[in-house]
Write a new protein. Structure first.
Length: 103
């Protein structure tokens, strides 16, 4: 992030939007998907805004715990796919390389 995008998170508009998201979804989305109930402390842009102010202001949000935000979500953004494995032993993300040519 740049200094400019860092400042976006200090604006009252973002603080209101963040508070609203946490009221709507107070639990970590990724923990819930794993059957765990854990409070969310971070509001995350589902699709990274990458410095696009319109995506920052209007993009879809999700509530996450800090561990998932700096861990699994960060790794997923770097790789371009999730490494989560379903109960069938196969990756749950259709973008995972294991699915290449199978879908």
């Amino acid at each position: 992030m740049t200094d400019e995008t860092d400042r976006w998170y200090c604006r009252a508009e973002w603080r209101r939007r963040r508070a609203h998201q946490l009221r709507l979804s107070p639990l970590c989305k990724m923990c819930q998907e794993q059957g765990v109930v854990r409070p969310a402390t971070v509001v995350d842009h589902v699709e990274p805004h990458r410095g696009d102010y319109n995506k920052f202001r209007l993009g879809a949000l999700q509530s996450l715990c800090l561990d998932h935000h700096v861990g699994a979500k960060h790794v997923e953004e770097l790789r371009g796919y999730s490494t989560a494995i379903g109960i069938d032993g196969m990756p749950v993300d259709s973008r995972h390389p294991a699915w290449c040519g199978r879908l």
